[in-house]
Write a protein that binds this ligand. Structure first.
Ligand SMILES: *[C@@H]1O[C@H](CO)[C@@H](O)[C@H](O)[C@H]1NC(C)=O
Ligand SMILES: *[C@@H]1O[C@H](CO)[C@@H](O)[C@H](O)[C@H]1NC(C)=O
Ligand SMILES: *[C@@H]1O[C@H](CO)[C@@H](O)[C@H](O)[C@H]1NC(C)=O
Length: 255
């Protein structure tokens, strides 16, 4: 190296450093646009529960027995005033919103006209009606109180269906589960392999007084869905629930 090239070095260094900064900035910007990274970031920021144990899932106490829990749930489901509202002025509004939800899931190829579909904790069946509106004709709901023909009697802790019955299951009552591991276990049992489960949940938000658990992040769901892979986590605005979580049951290997 001769002295003249040495003296030029700081001059060359400036544009070099500038372009280095710019490209790092650009790469970081690109990375934040990447869906997978966004998903990971969402998972990380949603962890660290404020008041529960490390798992991010808190089971509310106060039930002396499973029957006491069922009775309390029935109290809401059977409330004549609520049932009247659900089947009258609530009906069109809910069916409209849920039709949009299922239409969107259809566009994303998560539910199809031919899917055999289940709505869990269906109350009077607005979600089932919405599935039918978007063309999913083989759809049914379960709840503690039946509401024929859309909703049949069934406890989500012990679904009244054989293994591998459904292509698609939807629920927005995860927070009502006293035993979330049974709730999820039953979904994975009754889903066909490759079947899709969509949950609407409230993360880090108190739901209602009939809730049996509180969820502070989606992390506990990943642990509960042992036989499934996470496909999507996205924001929704669906009657107080803010997060849509989509799982696909893994394909079972044939021996
Ligand atoms: C059910 O609701 C009624 C009032 O609507 C109340 O008196 C009763 O104690 C409730 N039962 C349970 C098990 O919560
Ligand atoms: C699904 O069903 C809807 C409503 O019945 C119909 O309009 C649509 O064409 C069907 N789509 C497919 C792909 O068959
Ligand atoms: C149904 O699935 C459960 C859990 O996956 C399993 O323990 C049980 O043996 C299965 N029952 C039948 C009849 O295959």
């Amino acid at each position: 190296m001769n002295p003249s090239s040495l003296s030029k070095l700081p001059l060359l260094l400036k544009p070099f450093l500038l372009s280095l900064f710019l490209s790092i900035f650009f790469l970081v910007f690109l990375a934040t646009q990447c869906p997978l990274l966004r998903l990971k970031t969402a998972l990380q920021t949603a962890s660290n529960p404020p008041s529960s144990g490390a798992s991010g899932l808190h089971i509310r106490g106060g039930y002396t027995s499973y029957n006491a829990y069922i009775e309390r749930q029935l109290n809401k489901t059977l409330n004549p005033k609520l049932r009247k509202i659900w089947t009258t002025r609530d009906w069109d509004r809910k069916v409209k919103v849920f039709s949009r939800v299922f239409q969107s899931l259809k566009h994303r190829k998560l539910i199809f006209n031919e899917s055999k579909a289940l709505s869990i904790g269906a109350r009077v069946g607005q979600e089932v009606a919405a599935m039918k509106v978007v063309g999913v004709s083989d759809a049914v709901g379960i709840d503690l109180v039946p509401y024929p023909p859309l909703v049949m009697k069934g406890d989500f802790h012990a679904q009244p269906f054989k293994n591998q019955t459904f292509d698609f299951e939807f629920s927005n009552v995860f927070d009502h589960a006293l035993y979330p591991w049974n709730f999820v276990g039953e979904i994975e049992r009754t889903l066909k392999s490759g079947g899709v489960c969509v949950l609407h949940v409230a993360v880090r938000r108190q739901t209602d007084k009939f809730s049996a658990n509180d969820l502070y992040s989606v992390q506990p769901l990943l642990e509960l869905f042992k036989e499934s892979e996470l496909l999507e986590v996205r924001k929704v605005d669906a009657f107080g629930l803010d997060t849509e979580v989509v799982f696909r049951k893994k394909k079972i290997k044939d021996f």
